[in-house]
Design a protein around this ligand. Structure first.
Ligand SMILES: *Cc1c(COP(=O)(O)O)cnc(C)c1O
Length: 369
């Protein structure tokens, strides 16, 4: 029998999006500026709170690139980056000709290990270069150990760039992910918890920094009647059409978090402890949006076995992110590892996690597992 495909994480429209997109067309704001861009930024600021200032951009990757520039990263500088992540966390370091230094994870959240981070900073300093920034990631929506990371960052006076691309709607001790770093970035790519088809945002601590980000994102044009430039600029601003999708998606964000968390609970309830399946527990005070539901299997062979069997049944799953220090393009860079991410990559599998999965879909996945 030919079952319909179950995807890992599909776009899921709420119904309100088209109204804003129509408005953009009716008023001819079909440009990388306009009322939806401003509206979407306001919606995000309202949601995030903590006096956040949001610049809507064309991607999360672009937001990271601008965050690094604003943090003062230059050619040959070193930037510490969580190894367990999507390549987009690390690529912008290379755009700047800077050097990524990868740090392994701890087991409680699968994110950057505070102990190893401090060791890495000490070692880089002893080799003559203090890192210029730390990129920490809330992997699959699980917050990193903010208090510990922040303490270390402050001690060495290194800014933290919070990659919250996967963690809109997650919280650390009651504070929203996306407001915890000196700079924070969000993504609205098609597979994220809410989407604008493609898009991202940079969250800054003050209006001045936001304006600087928007300036850089719109070709760094000086205040002059003609086109004049004193700095290199980028074309990273969000389109007013896709910002309309974002405004509609913000209306359903809280609902999306609930459903993703319920998906995770479903898998955990039915599978935990069976055949050696393990799930990542939510540490006290941390709330994950459970963007993707991940399971650890008992062995690499078992993981592949499950992945291929489900693929046959038209059910998409995916191994966890392959650590950056193992990626062919990044393996020549310095790294500080403890084996955690290598084990996660070997045993871990992301299960279908979309907020549009039906009870029937979930039952079908469970049966085949
Ligand atoms: C998706 C993602 C990004 C990049 O966002 P884009 O909008 O796709 O450019 C960055 N970091 C992480 C961890 C991501 O998952």
């Amino acid at each position: 029998m030919n079952f319909k495909k179950i995807w890992l994480s599909s776009p899921h429209m709420g119904g309100g999006e088209l109204k804003y997109v129509h408005e953009a067309f009716e008023t001819n704001w079909v440009a990388p500026l306009g009322p939806n861009v401003e509206g979407f930024e306001k919606d995000l600021e309202h949601f995030l709170k903590a006096d956040s200032h949001v610049a809507a951009l064309s991607s999360g990757t672009g937001a990271l690139h601008l965050a690094l520039i604003l943090a003062g990263v230059k050619r040959e500088d070193e930037v510490i980056c969580q190894s367990m992540t999507f390549s987009a966390s690390a690529n912008p370091i290379a755009y700047l000709g800077a050097i990524p230094v990868f740090v392994d994870s701890e087991k409680e959240t699968w994110n950057i290990c505070p102990e190893l981070l401090e060791k890495a900073i000490e070692d880089r300093i002893s080799k003559g270069k203090k890192p210029k920034a730390i990129i920490a990631v809330h992997l699959y929506g699980m917050p990193y150990q903010h208090d510990e990371i922040d303490r270390i960052a402050k001690k060495y006076e290194i800014p933290v760039i919070e990659d919250a691309a996967e963690a809109l709607g997650s919280q650390y001790k009651g504070r929203n992910c996306g407001t915890l770093g000196d700079f924070s970035i969000l993504s609205f790519n098609g597979n994220k918890i809410i989407t604008t088809s493609g898009g991202g945002a940079l969250v800054t601590k003050n209006q001045e920094m936001k304006e600087k980000a928007v300036f850089l994102a719109t070709q760094a044009r000086d205040a002059a009647p003609h086109y004049q430039h004193s700095e290199i600029g980028y074309n990273y601003r969000m389109s007013n059409v896709v910002a309309g999708i974002g405004r509609g998606q913000m209306e359903v964000l809280e609902e999306r978090v609930k459903v993703r968390r319920a998906n995770f609970e479903f898998y955990k309830t039915h599978l935990s402890g069976k055949d050696g399946f393990q799930f990542l527990h939510e540490p006290e005070g941390l709330l994950s949006n459970r963007w993707l539901s991940c399971v650890l299997t008992s062995s690499f062979e078992e993981r592949e076995n499950i992945r291929l069997k489900l693929q046959e049944k038209n059910i998409e799953t995916r191994p966890l992110w392959k650590p950056m220090h193992l990626q062919p393009v990044f393996e020549k860079y310095p790294n500080y590892v403890n084996g955690t991410t290598e084990e996660l990559f070997e045993l871990g599998l992301c299960l279908p996690s979309g907020s549009d999965l039906t009870q029937q879909d979930l039952s079908r996945i469970l049966e085949n597992l």
